[in-house]
Design a protein around this ligand. Structure first.
Ligand code: AMP
Length: 180
């Protein structure tokens, strides 16, 4: 089973990804977390990507794919995954199986901005308003094409993410159950 969570920064991909993967008994893979762990550990890859994360820009595809590949293979062998933060672009989506289900966490930008400004997870890319704006722009630059890809495959469900986490969770559960 493969599920990908799509949505702007602040839409709850991390929270919902953790909850959904636990309920389904599959792995939760967050590319943002993978990269931040490498930055914190001071690996070569971490040094290479730190600037992109600080600026709110996408890291190059070859780097993100190399970081994700082993975790993805392991998750597949263990029964599946809920991916959060990947794919960000159509090209990235084409690296995943065509029958993966995409769950769009739909959230207006003004709500995303408010949430990010109030979030305190020690992430420097969450506090600077210019970086938040860039992350939203980067999201919207590719979101249309990415959503269209899953919609055309008949593998897109959309959930209103501007609600409390428990309600979003229930809506995701219902959408995933109906899609399978
Ligand atoms: P996130 O935690 O998903 O908001 O990701 C934080 C940062 O990690 C992003 O702003 C990007 O710099 C980088 N990143 C995460 N996932 C990807 C991806 N799939 N492609 C490129 N860059 C990514």
């Amino acid at each position: 089973m493969g599920i990908v969570l799509l949505g702007p920064p602040g839409s709850g991909k991390g929270t919902q990804g953790a909850r959904l993967s636990e309920r389904l008994g599959v792995r939760h893979l967050s590319t943002g977390e993978l990269l931040r762990a490498e930055v914190d550990a001071g690996t070569d890859r971490g040094r290479r990507v730190a600037g992109y994360l600080d600026r709110g820009e996408l890291v190059p595809d070859d780097v993100i794919l190399a970081a994700l590949r082993p975790a993805l293979a392991e998750a597949r062998a263990a029964g599946g995954y809920v991916l959060d933060g990947f794919p960000r672009t159509r090209a990235q989506a084409e690296r995943l199986p065509a029958d993966d289900l995409a769950v769009q966490l739909d959230l207006p930008d003004d709500v995303a901005r408010e949430r990010l400004a109030g979030r305190d997870e020690g992430r420097s890319d969450d506090t600077d308003p210019d970086v938040i704006d860039r992350r939203l722009r980067v999201y919207h630059a590719d979101a249309g094409a990415l959503l269209a890809l899953y919609r055309d495959r008949g593998r897109l469900v959309t959930v209103d993410a501007a609600r409390p986490p428990d309600e979003v969770e229930a809506a995701i559960d219902a959408a995933v159950a109906a899609a399978d």
